[in-house]
Design a protein around this ligand. Structure first.
Ligand SMILES: Nc1ncnc2c1ncn2[C@@H]1O[C@H](COP(=O)(O)OP(=O)(O)O)[C@@H](O)[C@H]1O
Ligand SMILES: [Mg+2]
Length: 149
């Protein structure tokens, strides 16, 4: 599914919609360059889960945990370069937990894509336009994409 948003608010709204239909254990992998709107989308997800307080990219901490209707594990792989570092994070433990895991810069950890997941690719098309491509990998996530649309 291909969408286009024309403001940060619209991207947040999409995140909110997605979060409302997410269930514990869901995995969302975000790809896109710096400024594409990944954190913006996660902010909307947090809102959808009733999480208040700021959601920023966990650039130094790598993983932020937020507690709402469901726990949100917000991971950002931007600072990581080596596979060893990334594997040392034990990300699959978050996947097996009862929270919702969202990963920024997921393309830095190719092994993540072997799990069923919701893939969201964001592209900056200039000014405030963002092209957002949603793809469900596995039945659960294909269904989720249908529910978003
Ligand atoms: N349609 C849009 N969707 C998301 N962000 C947008 C949009 N238009 C402009 N922006 C701006 O782009 C920036 C996106 O930043 P951010 O979400 O932190 O990106 P990323 O986490 O992908 O690096 C913000 O400054 C936001 O205000
Ligand atoms: Mg970010």
């Amino acid at each position: 599914m291909i969408l286009e948003t024309t403001s940060p608010q619209e991207t947040q709204q999409l995140g909110k919609t997605i979060a409302r239909i997410c269930e514990p254990g869901d995995i969302i992998l975000l790809q896109g360059t710096l400024g594409a709107g990944k954190t913006c989308l996660v902010q909307g997800m947090a809102e959808g889960l009733g999480i208040d307080g700021p959601v920023r990219s966990p650039t130094f901490i790598l993983v932020n945990e937020h507690y709402g209707r469901h726990t949100l594990y917000h991971i950002d792989l931007y600072r990581l370069s080596s596979d060893v570092e990334i594997e040392a994070l034990g990300l699959d433990e978050y996947f097996q937990g009862d929270g919702i895991t969202v990963v920024e810069w997921a393309e830095r950890a190719p092994f993540l894509f072997s799990f069923n997941h919701l893939s969201i690719m964001l592209e900056d098309c200039g000014e405030s336009k963002r092209r957002i491509v949603l793809e469900g990998i596995g039945d659960r996530y294909k269904n989720l994409v249908h529910l978003v649309g």
